[in-house]
Structures are given as C-alpha cells and as structure tokens.
Ligand binder design. Structure first.
Ligand SMILES: [Ca+2]
Length: 347
C-alpha cells in the first residue's frame, strides 16, 4: 500500500467514525469497546475475547463491558472465566433477555443456543458469575455504560446475534439517561462494527442468509435498518479466509481460551470471523482491509431466515470490509494477539 492509499483509507475510517482529528492523524487510543458475543455454537467468540483483551493490554483498547446475545446459562460464566484469566474478573457482563420490553416477536430470540464448550470451560476455570441470567440485562447495562462515556466515543462490536442491539434501540429513558435508546446510541456511539452479512451478494448460493443476521431475524431487521450511526460490516468472507486457533496449544493449560478450542475442535484451526471485527474496531481498517463505498445494508425479514441486501448509496453510512492484506498475514496478527499472555502480575 502506498502512503497516499494509507492516508485515504485512514481518512475514510476517521470520517466514518466521527473522529474530529485531521484525517491524517491516527485514531487516539485507547478505543472504547463494548463487545457483544454469542460464545456458544462457534468458538471464534472466544478468540475474539482473547484478541480484545490482548489489545487492551497493549493500551489500544479500553473494554467497557461484554454483552451476551445467546440464550445459554453457561455462556456468561464462560465469558467471566476468560475475563478472569486476563485479569479483569469484574468486567461488567450483560445477558440477553429478549422479553425485556414485552412486545417483540419472541420466536427467534427465545431459542436456546447450544455450546460444546461453554459449560465445560465454566466448570473448569476460575470465575464468579454462576449463571448467565445472574448478569444484568444486556441492553440496560449497555445504557449505563454508554451514558457514562463522552459523546461519540464508544465503538460497539457485535460478533453474535442482534437481540441486544434491538433491545437497546427500543429501550426507554431510565435513571442513567433521559434519552431513549436510539437517541442515546446516536449521542454516544461513534461506530458499530458488526460481524455479519454477505457482501455484496446478501445470500449464499442456496438462498440462505448469514448466521448472525439470520438467527434473530426480527432483531436484525430493527438493529441494522434503523441504527443511527455509521456501521462497518465484517462480512462472512472476510473471516472465512482466516484460520487460527491451533497455536493455542503453545499457551498454558490454565488458559480458558485454549480450553474453548480444546472442547470445540481438539485445538484445530477455525475460521476467525469474530476476531476480524474486534481487530477492525480497535485498529480501524489499518493496512488489513479496505472499506467499500458507502451504502445501505438493508435487512430483509423472512421468518428465521433473514438476509441482507447491499444498496450502494451516499445517503447511508454503512460500509463493509474488502480484503486487502493477504488473509494469512491478517491471521498472523490475530494469532499473535490470541497467544499473548495475560498482563504481567496477573498470572
Ligand atoms: Ca459469534
């Protein structure tokens, strides 16, 4: 990439994220991050948590809280075990309720999400959250976290379902903010980075939509179509080209992220969908990717099988990642972060 290209790409992401610095200035670290995971059917969420903790240990990210979008009582404890390993045992965790505001189609979000590793990791590694539903409602926690931050300063990252973001948009004024959900998001969030969608096609050749957007289709329609800030999508193909995880065997057996991969696939490599969203949220597109032209990611409702349509337009601030650096090289960056030890003194 020549220097002019770097400046152009940096300028795009700065524009996109509402930064007020000149377009040539780097993003001012640390990035304030709220990460929403499902941490259930697939294991890349565990890799995403590891990547985020490592970036926080480098001073590049400040983790405000972790939200959980899957329905599974062991996912909260599993996330807490990973946070505890990284020396952040009291990091706020919020759990999806889906019924909080009482008027939604609960058909999708009421589904249990199975996990091959969450219970086993939760039982084997130190933590203190006993079950997911002991954690506060994710959308209400998110309101509290957002209200305490400067305007347009928070990056929301979702690597699971959009149940919590729908609930956040639908939330009412409370003791933390007199603003309703949409107004609060517009005031506090600078960008939402979403692992989800298929770009630009919108569907796989068999007609299916992407898993994260499809799972709770009603929530995805509300969150994606109505989100009031810029959005960057890391679509299916970006993370599908990157495979990491096997090298976690180089880390201690006391590492719960290693435990997740161990129980999921015997410590084999796995696609890095979720890690790409975290890396982009903290470092911007950097030299890893390029950004698409602006457009509107229109989410279509088809019961439990929603899909996204990409409509190019300068009227909306949605963009998606486009491959630039060879995926293997991006994978090395992610892998090195996933293998980084917890902070000295914590272990
Ligand atoms: Ca996920």
């Amino acid at each position: 990439m020549n220097p002019q290209s770097i400046v152009t790409v940096l300028g795009l992401i700065l524009t996109l994220t509402g930064q007020t610095q000149p377009a040539t200035a780097p993003l001012t670290p640390p990035a304030k991050i709220i990460l929403d995971v499902d941490l259930a059917e697939d294991v890349d969420d565990a890799g995403a948590l590891a990547t985020l903790h490592a970036l926080a240990n480098l001073g590049e990210a400040e983790i405000l809280g972790i939200l959980i979008s899957s329905k599974n009582e062991w996912v909260g404890p599993c996330a807490d075990a990973i946070n505890t390993w990284y020396g952040r045992p009291d990091l706020p965790i919020g759990y999806q309720r889906g019924l909080q505001f009482g008027y939604r189609n609960v058909k999708d979000s009421a589904r249990e999400t199975p996990s091959q590793y969450a219970e086993r990791v939760a039982r084997a590694f130190p933590h203190d959250l006993k079950r997911s539903s002991d954690a506060p409602d994710a959308a209400l926690l998110c309101r509290r976290l957002l209200a305490a931050q400067p305007d347009r300063s928070v990056t929301l990252v979702t690597v699971g379902f959009l149940t919590n973001l729908r609930d956040l948009l639908d939330s009412r004024p409370d003791e933390h903010s007199p603003l309703d959900g949409e107004a609060l998001v517009k005031q506090k969030v600078r960008v939402w980075v979403c692992m989800g969608g298929i770009f630009p096609a919108g569907r796989f050749p068999d007609g299916q939509g992407e898993y994260n957007l499809m799972w709770d289709t009603g929530a995805s329609v509300r969150a994606v179509n109505d989100w009031p800030t810029p959005v960057v999508f890391s679509g299916f193909a970006i993370g599908a080209a990157i495979k990491v995880g096997a090298r976690l065997r180089e880390t201690p057996e006391a590492n719960p992220v290693r435990g997740c991969y161990q129980h999921y696939n015997g410590l084999q490599n796995r696609e890095a969908w979720d890690q790409t969203a975290v890396l982009c949220a903290v470092r911007g597109v950097s030299s890893y990717w390029k950004l698409s032209e602006p457009g509107f990611c229109l989410m279509h409702a088809r019961v439990s099988q929603g899909w996204n349509e990409w409509i190019p337009t300068s009227q909306k601030e949605h963009r998606y990642l486009v491959e630039f650096m060879p995926p293997k090289e991006v994978g090395k960056v992610i892998e090195d972060l996933m293998l980084a030890p917890p902070r000295v003194g914590n272990r």
